[in-house]
Write a protein that binds this ligand. Structure first.
Ligand code: HPA
Length: 266
């Protein structure tokens, strides 16, 4: 990790990020609106290159609302064949750079039948259906303990603050449980029924590895899902990545306003 951290520190000088933001599918443009220092993952020693439609692959360091922020434009997904170590590596690097809070965003399908595409959902908890755990393997005791508590991954305090902000902005939000599958195939209707019975409100293919890792190393986590589609079997049309990106694009204004105000109060 030290070579990655050293390289980044060379580029950012005395900028110490307080807040990290992982920008999910279709939400990466948020970082483009700020003048900052852009570092492609491919330039950073020990970072792998990310390739996926709707994602970029850069760290963007910028001062937003007088807060020092590091944004991930594009993330590593397990379904791309990356190991859990690679998927969660940037979280550990952001921790080493100094972040105290991590806002994790994603695009997700609605499992809860009361949700609709273009809703924003604060994640209250998650169900890990990825069949593995990012903390398997050697434990770096200087970052976190071997058996970390996960009874409150997503900070209730941050959700409370974010909900109030959304209310003041007139943005309707949901609060619910995010289930993560590996992908890359979308779920079957039977799997979505199962997830609903298990208590999930939304489903996606990310976030859980990064959230577990962040909690493990003592970072406060806020999770925001952009509901981009009805999950399999709920709507009457097949799911497509194009639809996910198009809906994420539609939510962009609300998402941007919300994120800006949240950064202000952190
Ligand atoms: N399922 C899984 N991942 C997703 C979905 C979905 O319906 N929508 C966006 N990401």
């Amino acid at each position: 990790m030290q070579s990655s951290v050293n390289y980044i520190k060379e580029k950012i000088g005395d900028f110490i990020p307080q807040i990290g933001i992982i920008l999910g599918s279709g939400l990466g443009d948020f970082a483009d609106s700020f003048k900052g220092i852009v570092i492609p993952y491919s330039d950073i020693p020990d970072f792998e290159e990310a390739h996926i439609e709707g994602h970029k692959g850069c760290l963007v360091f910028a001062c937003i609302e007088e807060k020092n922020v590091v944004m991930m434009q594009g993330r590593y997904h397990f379904y791309e064949g990356h190991s859990m170590q690679t998927v969660t590596y940037p979280v550990k690097i952001m921790k080493k750079l100094g972040i105290e809070t991590l806002i994790i965003t994603n695009a997700a399908g609605a499992v809860n039948k009361n949700y609709s595409p273009a809703d924003l959902m604060f994640i209250t908890d998650h169900i890990n259906m990825m069949g593995t755990n990012p903390l398997i393997g050697h434990n770096y005791d200087n970052l976190g303990v071997r058996f970390p508590d996960m009874s409150e991954i997503y900070s209730k305090n941050l959700i409370y603050k974010a909900e109030n902000i959304a209310k003041n902005l007139g943005i309707k939000t949901q609060k619910g449980i995010y289930a993560a599958t590996t992908g890359p195939s979308y779920e079957t209707p039977a799997e979505i029924n199962m997830l609903r019975i298990l208590g999930a409100d939304a489903v996606g293919m990310s976030t859980v590895p990064e959230a577990i890792t962040a909690k493990w190393c003592g970072i406060n986590v806020l999770g925001i899902s952009c509901i981009t589609n009805y999950a399999s079997g709920i709507g009457n049309k097949p799911l497509s990545h194009k639809e996910v990106i198009e809906t994420a694009d539609k939510i962009k204004d609300n998402f941007t306003n919300l994120l800006m105000e949240i950064i202000k109060v952190l």
